[in-house]
Design a protein around this ligand. Structure first.
Ligand SMILES: Cc1ncc(C[n+]2csc(CCOP(=O)(O)OP(=O)(O)O)c2C)c(N)n1
Ligand SMILES: [Mg+2]
Length: 693
């Protein structure tokens, strides 16, 4: 049949079958991957992309584009096929469009191979058009809620009468696995509460996961659960029914007050000999099954074949619609720029993750103070100074804002709720993982988000934190109650291994400042980050503010670790005390005692290991001269990792066990975080080091 004689319906089916065959062929060539779900969902994705998605393949970063999230990341070939067939262009890391295809056919042929633009699971910032990294089930849908939140916020902040600059929708495809994961539940509950009508999840109800039928472990009524959470729920009884799919998307578009869940009944591996079998899930279909499928549907037996008319069909659909919407938006934006230059400038800065000029002009500086203040209290002042000058800096906590002190106080900031989407204070509820994923979605949409909670519960956010680091997005986490210093709440609330575990995440900064002025410097550093998340780890309890006329300037934080104090005599140090956070002032006190006792001590404040590791070797060796082997580290956390700075001859004062419930002072004594103990350990090392071998 020639292109000219094909009916519209036949062309649609040809496009859908091309998505299918590209997916099967790629998985077959890689000899690994998940073919069955892309095959089954091809019509769903086609109906959405071709008929509804407001997305310009030639400009995949147009700010008001609809977002598409493939939460079932194992079905990555579905997305890669779409990115290829619609001709999405590549964008470089500077957000300048390059014009090459984002996913050339060559990359599909090299699915899952080194350097291919088609890795096993979709990766943001690696493949243009991938809106978020997915693969850990549940994370994608949860992230989509953050995108919808940011969409609502941006609409409220930027839109003006006659200027609807933001009205994009967010679509996400979820499988059974996504809906079993707690992350999706947390996020769905929040989305329902916030009435995010710009959010549409498509649930691939194929009743199959890896082990087999969902009867094994998943028998709840999903529709009822989502209705209970405040969602609009609709159903499509057959994933191949383009008409019904289209009607479901229309229903979503018409819904003004609730997020929408479209439950789509499908058969994994549709149309193949493995239809409905979980063997279609995670292994190649096999040459023979693929050949039979192609024959059955009258398709070329050739692998990776794209029939004539398919590229054009996509160009005439999503391509043309996307371009005209995108172009119209930029025409409007030019007018907007003339009428609202300040807002337009904000919008442009946000897109490039830049800060307004003078963003740091109100940052405080704290006078020396023996009594000092809590890290969370100092940070609150800094956060509010930042918030004054960076309007798109928004965030909240997992129900702990009064404790974490992360509220943007100015009355205009307000709360983000249904009906007040311009509010800058978010209430994520007691949902640390949902919060983490939402923060990712918000950062992907280019607002600058922060989230906060107790440090111990950073574990609950960890899967999302890890993805932020992997995606290279600048999410800010403010974790307070950072050590056994929380005291009476006891070991369930006392972080031990959290510092070590966060420090182990690549491409992230974990910063535990030593006093209020280091907190200022930490914020100064964090706000300038564009492609790394950061965890700011702060005390609940008061910490002295160091006298910076006596000790080195807090700006040393920018190098990760710095010499806070050296022997006043100018003598070479005999012993080095290393500490982070609340143990820095403790070491400063120990230092004073050692100096008085005639021991030449140095104190190194070490708020951020990762930053220190980025310094050149001469700086690192100036701070920690290799020949000075008498070193004592002091940190109210697991000692794990300090070996590298303390060396084989040093001593680590830290936690080897969980903490205990008791007043702080008693805990400090029990676990050795006292001036007496630090001094004693330092002296032991010095005398040991000077004793004849
Ligand atoms: C958090 C998480 N746990 C486990 C996996 C491994 N895994 C990949 S796909 C899958 C089953 C998914 O089933 P479903 O979502 O129904 O997708 P389908 O098999 O129907 O495509 C599992 C367990 C994962 N990717 N993420
Ligand atoms: Mg399934």
């Amino acid at each position: 049949m020639t292109v000219a004689t094909r009916s519209q319906a036949e062309l649609d089916l040809l496009c859908i079958n091309t998505i299918r065959t590209l997916s099967m062929d790629a998985v077959q060539a890689a000899n690994s991957g998940h073919p069955g779900t892309p095959v089954a969902l091809a019509p769903v994705a086609y109906a959405l992309w071709q008929g509804f998605l407001r997305f310009d393949p030639a400009d995949p970063i147009w700010p008001n584009r609809d977002r598409f999230v493939l939460s079932a990341g194992h079905a990555s070939m579905l997305l890669y096929s779409l990115l290829h067939l619609t001709g999405v262009r590549a964008v470089d890391p500077k957000y300048e469009i390059l014009g090459e295809p984002s996913v050339p056919l060559e990359s599909i042929k090299k699915f899952r191979q080194l350097a291919s633009k088609c890795p096993g699971h979709p990766e943001y910032r690696w493949t243009s058009g991938v809106e978020t990294t997915t693969g850990p089930l549940g994370q994608g849908v949860a992230t989509s809620v953050g995108m919808a939140i940011a969409g609502k916020w941006m609409a409220e902040h930027f839109n003006r009468p006659e200027f609807p600059m933001f009205d994009f929708d967010v679509y996400a495809i979820a499988g059974d696995g996504c809906l079993m994961e707690g992350a999706s539940y947390e996020a769905a509950s929040l989305a329902g509460h916030l009435k995010l009508s710009n959010l549409c999840w498509i649930y691939d109800n194929n009743r199959i996961t890896i082990e087999g039928s969902t009867d094994l472990a998943f028998s709840e009524d999903v529709a009822t659960r989502f209705i209970a959470a405040g969602w609009n729920v609709t159903r499509v009884g057959d994933a191949n029914d383009l008409e019904m799919l289209s009607r479901a998307f229309q229903t979503f578009k018409g819904e003004q007050h609730r997020p929408t869940l479209i439950i789509v009944d499908s058969h994994i591996g549709y149309g193949t000999a493995k239809q409905g079998s979980h063997t279609a899930h995670g292994e190649p279909l096999g040459e023979q099954v693929i050949a039979e499928f192609k024959e059955r549907f009258g398709l070329s037996p050739e692998a990776f074949h794209v029939p004539g008319g398919v590229y054009d069909r996509f160009q005439e659909g999503i391509g043309r619609r996307g371009k005209s919407l995108r172009d119209a938006w930029y025409v409007k934006f030019d007018e907007y720029k003339a009428r609202f230059p300040e807002l337009a400038e904000q919008l442009e800065l946000m897109q490039r993750r830049e800060l307004p000029e003078g963003w740091d002009r109100d940052l405080p500086s704290f006078p020396a103070d023996e009594k000092g203040l809590a890290g969370r209290a100092a940070s609150s002042k800094v956060l509010n100074a930042v918030a004054r000058n960076v309007p798109w800096f928004i965030g909240g906590s997992a129900d702990l804002t009064p404790s974490t002190k992360t509220r943007i106080e100015s009355p205009e900031a307000g709360d983000f709720q249904a009906g007040s989407y311009g509010g800058r204070n978010l209430h994520f509820g007691v949902r640390e993982l949902g919060m983490g994923a939402c923060l990712n979605g918000m950062a992907l949409t280019k607002v600058r988000p922060y989230g906060s909670g107790f440090f111990i519960f950073s574990d609950f956010s960890r899967p999302a934190i890890r993805l932020a680091a992997l995606m290279e997005i600048p999410v800010i986490y403010i974790f307070t109650h950072d050590s056994i210093g929380v005291g009476e709440d006891g070991p369930t609330h006392q972080p031990i291994e959290q510092l070590a575990s966060l420090r182990a995440i690549p491409n992230m900064y974990t910063i535990r400042p030593g006093d209020a002025n280091e907190i200022v410097e930490a914020w100064r550093f964090i706000m300038k980050l564009k492609h790394e998340p950061a965890c700011l780890v702060l005390t609940r309890q008061n910490v002295p503010t160091l006298d910076r006329s006596r000790y080195a300037a807090a700006s040393g934080l920018a190098r990760g670790a710095y010499v806070l104090a050296d022997p006043p005599s100018g003598a070479e140090p005999e012993v080095i005390l290393l500490a982070s956070g609340s143990e820095v002032p403790l070491c400063a006190s120990a230092f004073e005692r050692l100096i008085a006792d005639g021991v030449a001590a140095r104190v190194v404040s070490m708020p951020c290991w990762e930053l220190f590791e980025h310094q050149d070797v001469s700086y690192r060796e100036a701070v920690l001269p290799p020949h000075i082997t008498a070193r004592v580290s002091v940190e109210q956390a697991a000692t794990f990792g300090w070996e590298r700075y303390v060396g084989p001859k040093g001593h680590m004062i830290g936690m080897q066990t969980f903490g205990a419930s008791a007043p702080l002072k008693e805990l400090q004594k029990k676990f050795g975080f006292t001036v007496d103990n630090v001094v004693a350990k330092a002296k032991e090392l010095v005398s040991g080091a000077t004793a004849p071998a």
